[in-house]
Design a protein around this ligand. Sequence first.
Ligand SMILES: [Ca+2]
Ligand SMILES: [Ca+2]
Ligand SMILES: [Ca+2]
Length: 829
Amino acid sequence: MTPNEPMVSHRWLSLGVMLLLAACSVGMSHAPVTSSAGARADTDACRPPPLKQRLFLRGTMTTWTLREDLAFRYVCDAYLLNVDLQGAHTFRITDERFSGGVSFGAPPESASLHAGTAVALHAADARDAQNLAFAFEGRHTLRLAFVDGKPLLTIGPRTFHDPADTPVVDPRALSLRFDSRAPADKSPFGALRDGSTVDFALHAATGVDAVTLVIERRRLEGPQEVLDYSPLARVPLTRTAHGGRDAWRGSFSFDAIGVYGYYFIADIGGRRYAYGNNADPVYWTRELGSNGLGAVTPLADDVPVRRFRQTIYRGDFRVPDWAPDIVYYYIFPERFRNGDARNDPRPGPRTFHDASVEVHADWLQTPFRPGSGDGSDELHGNDFYGGDLDGITQRLDSIVRLGANTLYLTPIFSAASNHKYDTADYRHVDAHFGGDAAFARLVRAAEKRNVRIVLDTSLNHTGSDSIYFDRYANHAGIGAFDGGTIHPESPYASWYHFDPAAPDADHRYRGWAGARDLPELDKSAPGWRAFAYGAPDSIMKRWLDRGASGWRMDVAPWIPDDFWREWRSAVKGHRADALAVCETQFEASKFLLGDEFDATMNYVFRNAVEAYANGSDARVVYRNLELLRETYPRQALFAMMNLLSTHDSPRALYDFGWRDAHDDAATVARAKQRLRLAAFFQMTYPGAPTVFYGDEVGVTGGEDPFNRVTYPWPDRGGRPDLQLRETFRRLIALRNAHAVLRHGSLDAPLYIDEHVIVLLRQDGANQAVTALNNDALAHAVTVTLPQPLHDATFADGLSKARVRAHGATLTFTVQARDGRALFATARDR
Ligand SMILES: [Ca+2]
Ligand SMILES: [Ca+2]
Ligand SMILES: [Ca+2]
């Protein structure tokens, strides 16, 4: 979807659309704009804010995610926001909710704003509303005023003095220093078990009068957009002096699992300052701050405090033993391989909702996108190539030769669409994928090869065309909305939210994020919970019993936490070594406390690694990964699904610059070098490397549906890049051959500069030095090794070349856009 396109319900899955949804226009309620009483009054007078909600600038500047530094501040009679942005962006002004909330866009005739000119905004549910567009040139103030209840936006030069921008000038305040990752400042390091006591030390010049450590606890209940901390404790710190500096020390015991925020209040010469987290943005995450070294701000009501985060997890939190060793091969089954043409979808009446499927005659044809002029119909998700589970079974040996040991399959249960997140029947595999028998064949073939299968489903919504809902009366039995009317006698009636008074069928039920083909389930309904995970033959248990080794759960951040806690107990109670993976796009500590998930889809990793491979400054990008190293329990960090491409985001090669067939050979070659570097990163970093089908043979493609192209099998006319595949094979083999890459310790980089990242990994007696270089030039790098490695000899895991340390010093070269993995050899051999 382009951001200008209205939200169309049939073309969506989880991620991309979630991020874009705030910008889209279907199913959102009227903004509760109240025309202020006496709006004719003196316009100079200050008035209370016309909206209860906070407002945010949300758009392409943050990939449509919410970010705390883009929150408007209401002052007197208008919402104001200072930004420092360059270039053209499209955006909306919204509240914090993911959907269903306030969202202001542009009127159809004037999407593009001009500096200094006020534009009347449209509420998002006006069907003609579209995204705003503005060419930013650095520092601006956005001013949103309500005149007679109508929102007027003006973007002009910087005129608003934001108290948060007031510089701190007192040298004593500027001397405050705390690095949450420095052992001298905070000990123990990182995420900790409940009951842990943490020692804190804030360092400062002399002349600070008092320091208090403030501990707060994040509210964990509620959907993703809830970001709320409540006070827990205030710990007066004790001053100790040494070397002309002071250290302010104290400790706190964290008794309960949770995500905690903390910061320091310093009293200095009659003024108060907060020393809190830095302002680093974290990919797609609302809360700012990457931990590590903090920053000082004035302490005032109108200046937001940024908290350092501390994760406290259950002492008995275990992930499956097999998790750190996973190499995923990630398949969108409709597009991987057609193993049985007899089960292919065929057009016909009522083969898709109340309409027909579309079929691609040519395996290599580009997926259909309604409205693009490709001649396809206007429906999303109804075009098919015939891919199925037998296709995977037939190519399993090839996947094993690549080095993968775990399949992650997007949904395979009966569903009308090609993506199958719109489940029609959780208890059976889709007939077009070969049915239950094809899954049994795949399981047998996988078990024979020690390959595990992780399945995917949504417990948040079903399809509208399902046995449970049956809006189109396509199924036997009585669905909750069979034939388009509410059926209280349906066994599934209690699973959904209905509004019998709504004027038309489309509005008589709640659709997930407004999507009409995805009726949202009531996650608190006991009947649904039993069916989903509680009962002996619940969906979760049924498919574990039939050969799945774990679950990846769709749209987890918008499902109540108590649901996931019960869910985990049920899944782990049934099979202790079942893997529990959460779909989330953000920093995800709250899911990794030992009571919900083992790991998540790691989009923070993806975004950091792709930015790095594209040439971004390693020192900046890597802070995202350092944050995860600190805030995620080690067992979760080592089990994360470390992906690049996904079915919800553009493929990596696309992000690396290879957009289409018109790109020249140099662009394609550079994109593939960047992919190789990103794969090197995956294979030498803790967490499960994840290869999206086709990436390894040079498949590119942009936003959905173009990321979901078919695998280029030669016998179907495709041209896989087998050289690139061999590169992947060698890199995966490197990981599989060296346990230290999968299990070895991860500390702060041994060395990092703009281009080069060097990590030291240790696993008992095995030690490795891994290095990455994102520059277009080779770099020689010199690192200092800890004592046990003085004078050690290292062998390059790929070239087998030897590199010798001289004393503590190790010098080696990393080629352009390349990596190295050096393994310490046994001494004196
Ligand atoms: Ca279509
Ligand atoms: Ca087929
Ligand atoms: Ca029916």
